[in-house]
Structures are given as C-alpha cells and as structure tokens.
Ligand binder design. Structure first.
Ligand code: ZN
Length: 122
C-alpha cells in the first residue's frame, strides 16, 4: 500500500508548466542544456529536419510527426533525443509535449488512482 502512496505523492507538487513525470522532465532539461551548442540543422519539410552534430559530424533525421530520429533514442525511450530537442526548441515549442503520452503526469496519476481504488477495503 505504501508503495502506491509514495508513487502518488512523488509528482503531486510538480511545477504548473510540467506535464511529464519528474524524471522525464529532468532528462529533457539535461538534454536541453547540452544540445544548444552542439547541433546545426536544416529543414527538409515543415516537420522533418536534418540535424548535424558539430562534435561528431554525424547527421540525423528528426521527424516531429512520427516522433522519430535516426539515432532511435526517441522511439525506444519515448523521450525526445537531443537532436529532436534542438529542433523543438528552434520551433519555440515545449519538448515535454513531444514525450510519449504514457510518460505524462496525467497518465501517471491515473495509473496510481486505479491502483489505490483496487486496494481499498470493502
Ligand atoms: Zn536523435
């Protein structure tokens, strides 16, 4: 029971602009801080970009509609990779809105709401 209670309280004091769970928000913040000086990118279409790493000279294709990057980190974790974040910030959008829905605070709270309900004594 206490495990569920702890999980419910973890994000109960999240900042108002935070829409994903804290660990995801922190990861996105780290990538945001790191990426700014490391990438240049070209727009292929409105939603597809080629991102060039200034450090490794590797290039990646980010697709904002499909929520994919050729580095495959975004698809595998559900969290936008640093390449995607570079593009998202350029578009003046919030990277948190590009995290997979299952990582949202809303989904997280709903998960534990149900868990608590099931544990209630009748
Ligand atoms: Zn990537």
């Amino acid at each position: 029971m206490s495990w569920y209670t702890e999980r419910r309280q973890i994000d109960s004091v999240a900042p108002p602009n935070q829409i994903v769970v804290s660990t995801v928000a922190k990861k996105i913040q780290e990538l945001t801080t790191w990426q700014a000086r490391h990438y240049r990118f070209l727009s292929i279409t409105d939603t597809e970009f080629e991102v060039l790493s200034l450090k490794t000279n590797a290039s990646y294709i980010v697709n904002l509609i499909r929520m994919t990057c050729t580095c495959v980190e975004w698809q595998s974790t559900g969290i936008p990779c640093s390449h995607a974040i570079a593009v998202i910030l350029f578009r003046k959008e919030n990277p948190q809105t590009y995290a997979q829905a299952f990582l949202s605070l809303d989904a997280y709270c709903k998960t534990y709401e149900i868990a608590i309900f099931l544990w209630k004594p009748t």
